[in-house]
Design a binder for this molecule. Structure first.
Ligand code: GCU
Length: 328
């Protein structure tokens, strides 16, 4: 079902707002929206967080999770959150850069050397500063969830930037993602995640890029049979709460929520590795997807100007330097 924005806001407000209460006596139930299915690692990690929050607040704060984009796309959820019609949303740093430019630092291709570098950043000062950067814009970051590395998938091998020529590649709605595909030589097509399966099936786009769970949990492996592992980005999922809601929580509940969110990030680290391996196995064995290894250097060279430009962009330069400083 497609919603227009007004109808969606009215639906979320009328149907659900009645359950959100803030008073010393009554429990607070926070509504959380995301766009993956219930079997996706990120859903399991957010459920873990919800259980911890309930435990740490003796049932005072509860979180109810609405998966599958049933409360709207990631963009729509962010808009509802800024209006105070939704409490918590899981988005991705790629889409978040339109709401808070600081997140753009994570979206630069090949900025992270490996998973350890990525975790040093997320759990360190740069990661925390970016979570805190957006209070005036209507939301506060709670934590990050590993979303692996993103690579191309299509019905042909993409082993060098030259293979992208003439291909329409779906990207997340993000200026950085659009720029990346242009520099690599393809035609970027921004689309919401929920529209991608049909777009691939009907040939509206020729390919996309994501981690391997997109092939299985979102069934893209049914319509794209080659995954070419150039691993151009490692873009975290981000859990954010409406500033209005955050400010209404008392200090103890804020601490409990933050603690639960941080713990769920580390829980997710383990779940993610296991489930990615399973996704690759399933995609290969049950969906007949071919995994191709790729020489990365030509891709790295094609997008190098983006890193140079970021160091001259006052909105993100300090964060980018902070990320670079954590390379070991
Ligand atoms: C990842 C990410 C989602 C995002 C999706 C996309 O799966 O976890 O939050 O929506 O990529 O490509 O849109």
């Amino acid at each position: 079902m497609r919603w227009n924005k007004k109808a969606l806001a009215t639906f979320v407000t009328c149907t659900l707002a009645a359950t959100t209460t803030f008073s010393a006596a009554a429990a607070t139930t926070l509504k959380l929206s995301h766009n993956q299915d219930r079997n996706h690692p990120v859903h399991k990690s957010m459920q873990y967080m919800a259980d911890k929050v309930k435990e740490y607040t003796d049932g005072e704060v509860k979180i109810r999770i609405y998966p599958n984009g049933q409360l709207g796309t990631q963009r729509e959820s962010m808009e509802l959150l800024q209006n105070g019609a939704l409490d918590i949303s899981k988005s991705n740093a790629s889409e978040m850069e339109s709401f808070e430019p600081a997140y753009g630092a994570f979206n630069i291709p090949y900025i992270f050397r490996d998973r350890e570098h990525y975790y040093r950043v997320m759990a360190g000062d740069v990661g925390q500063k970016i979570l805190e950067a957006s209070h005036d814009k209507g939301f506060v970051g709670l934590t990050y969830y590993d979303a692996g590395s993103r690579s191309f998938y299509a019905n042909k091998e993409i082993k060098s930037p030259a293979d992208l020529k003439g291909m329409k590649i779906r990207v997340q709605p993000s200026p950085t993602a659009v720029e990346m595909i242009k520099l690599m030589g393809g035609s970027p097509t921004p689309l919401a995640y929920g529209e991608l399966y049909t777009a691939l099936q009907q040939g509206v786009v020729d390919g996309a890029e994501n981690n391997p769970t997109a092939l299985t949990n979102s069934r893209h492996g049914e319509v794209s049979k080659v995954y070419s592992a150039d691993e151009h980005t490692m873009i975290p999922d981000v859990l954010v709460i409406s500033s209005k809601v955050w400010d209404k929580l008392d200090a103890e509940d804020q601490t409990a929520l933050k603690k639960a969110a941080n713990e769920s990030m580390m829980y997710h680290k383990e779940v993610w590795s296991e489930m990615t391996e399973k996704a690759i196995d399933k995609a290969q064995k049950s969906m007949n997807v071919k995994f191709v290894s790729v020489e990365k250097q030509p891709f790295v060279d094609a997008v190098k100007p983006m890193h140079d430009a970021a160091l001259n962009n006052p909105a993100i330069a300090d964060y980018v330097r902070g990320i670079d400083a954590l390379v070991q």
